[in-house]
Design a binder for this molecule. Structure first.
Ligand code: SF4
Ligand code: SF4
Ligand code: FES
Length: 510
């Protein structure tokens, strides 16, 4: 049945106006009407809104625009009452919803110009599958509009962005394309991506963009290691020598636990849970407090657990995401062997990065364990009545969804259920949360890189958090904790908003 709806559309004519505005329109929505259909219907009534389209079947990519704050294809999205339509971000506006794509075209041309002749290698099965995916790219720029790193660069394109990563990957595997992109200045951009998956989440062709980015990194590491940024080289060297990315001695791995009763998994392995502490919690002073809070909660709730003690080694996440596949495979095999040696069945992690790596990457190497992020374990303990809260916390909090918990693993509810169970806590959501959550910039090696200019990704996100009026920005990942503690200081919000790990609030409320 037709219904009357209202939508708001960005209108701007740079030839006659200083700035754009959102204009409200009322229209009749026919059943199944798409955004593109709504715009055409408004123009038939004389609205004269400028927008692009061609195929109307999600195949040409020309109708991309920002719909309710997220880049999307107008011919694919069903129109809804209250929708807001705007042009893609970071590009000059030609008129209304039409962004000037020439900057993207120029960059694309420049990249192809830099590719030089080289015979292609025979593709393995995985690369063949990826190649198929690159062919599906319709150059709609939705991924560019979704990329937090590009936003902080204001679309300067020093950082080449997800769409170009897809093209570059294709150039590496298509023997007709001459390929020596390693000579180009784009090499640095390849390590700027934080592997946040925002581009992939929004891509209308469901292209696994992150796989391409990691493959490009791997390719550079293997073929021209001299071009790897020093920070990334040092990081992986530390991992190789010390089994942690912080360059600290293996013997100091349990220093954080001094004076605490931390059982060894050797005694508990057959029945208990392995608490996989993670490198940040073992070596970084602020995260060590988080590990201690975990232990306190485990004891108070009588969780039967143990750790690997000094025998714990990094899960390998940073090697994996920065393209050091050989090193990652070695680390994964050693860890899996170790877990098996102590009959580990169930593992709980502090970090969503350890969680994703152990849960989703280890099975390929024979490591099939039940893996939980601590927010899942706490949720389980609350639901089974084993954990109850007796202290009120009269504070307003806002939760930042970590990419490796949210977009990578779809865990959005566990942290929210915990927050709701804590007496007194008021929860406010940021403008962008859950699937839309902006990244902190710490993944994919970002925690160790400082090559970004202008406003950092974490600073943008800290501003969103401060705008909610919350007293506490809650996180559930060590990289988010480090990035945001720094960002609230550099933005001058530290008097206003505190950054805490969710487990610290759990500890306080028990
Ligand atoms: S990778 Fe996906 S989102 Fe990006 S341009 Fe290609 S089709 Fe569009
Ligand atoms: S994963 Fe995130 S940072 Fe990397 S290209 Fe995609 S949107 Fe940008
Ligand atoms: S008009 Fe071609 S993808 Fe929308």
């Amino acid at each position: 049945m037709d219904e009357t709806i209202k939508i708001r559309v960005f209108r701007f004519d740079p030839d006659t106006e200083e700035e754009g505005r959102l204009e409200e329109y009322t229209l009749k929505k026919e059943s199944g009407m798409r955004v593109l259909g709504a715009l055409k219907a408004l123009n038939e009534k004389g609205a004269a809104i400028a927008f692009r389209y061609s195929c109307e079947e999600w195949a040409c990519g020309s109708c991309s625009m920002v719909i309710n704050g997220v880049p999307r294809l107008a011919c694919k999205e069903e129109i809804q009452n209250g929708m807001v339509l705007e042009p893609l971000p970071d590009l000059p506006i030609l008129k209304d919803l039409v962004a000037d794509r020439s900057k993207v075209n120029e960059k694309q041309a420049e990249l192809y110009h830099l590719l030089k002749s080289k015979a292609g290698a025979k593709l393995d099965y995985e690369s063949q599958m990826r190649m198929w995916n690159t062919i599906n790219c319709i150059e709609c720029d939705v991924c560019l509009g979704s990329c937090p790193i590009l936003h902080t660069k204001g679309g300067s394109y020093d950082y080449i962005g997800p769409e170009f990563m897809v093209s570059l990957f294709r150039s590496q595997t298509d023997t007709r394309i001459e390929k020596n992109f390693l000579e180009s200045k784009t090499k640095t951009g390849i390590w700027e991506c934080s592997t946040c998956k925002s581009c992939e989440e929004n891509c209308p062709q469901t292209i696994p963009i992150n796989d391409f980015i990691v493959s490009l990194r791997q390719h550079i590491i293997e073929e021209q290691p001299v071009r790897v940024p020093p920070a990334i080289r040092d990081l992986n060297e530390s991992l190789y020598k010390f089994h942690n990315p912080y360059g600290k001695s293996k013997t100091k791995r349990m220093d954080w636990a001094e004076g605490l009763n931390v059982p060894d998994i050797k005694e508990n392995g057959k029945k208990g849970v392995l608490y996989f502490v993670g490198c940040a919690q073992c070596y970084n002073p602020r995260d060590q407090e988080v590990a201690r809070a975990m232990i306190d909660v485990f004891h108070k709730v009588k969780v039967d657990f143990g750790t690997l003690g000094a025998e714990e080694a990094c899960c390998g996440d940073v090697a994996l995401r920065t393209g050091e596949m050989g090193l990652f495979e070695e680390i994964a095999s050693v860890n899996i062997e170790n877990f098996k040696k102590f009959s580990v069945k169930k593992i709980v992690t502090t970090s969503p990065h350890c969680y994703d790596t152990l849960k989703n990457k280890y099975p390929k190497y024979g490591g099939d364990f039940e893996v939980l992020h601590y927010t899942q374990l706490i949720e389980e303990l609350i639901e089974t009545g084993k954990l109850t809260f007796s202290n009120r916390i009269d504070k307003t909090v806002t939760f930042h969804d970590p990419c490796f918990l949210g977009r990578y693993n779809g865990i959005y509810e566990s942290p929210r259920k915990i927050m709701k169970a804590i007496p007194g806590l008021r929860i406010v959501e940021m403008a962008e949360s859950r699937e839309k959550s902006e990244c902190c910039g710490g993944g994919g090696g970002g925690n160790w890189m400082d090559i970004r200019t202008g406003e950092r990704v974490a600073e943008r996100r800290a501003t969103q958090a401060a705008e909610t009026g919350a007293d506490i920005l809650l996180v559930a990942c060590p990289f988010c904790l480090a990035m945001f503690e720094d960002a609230v200081k550099t933005k001058g919000y530290d008097e206003k908003i505190e950054v805490k790990q969710l487990i610290e609030l759990v500890q306080q409320a028990i």
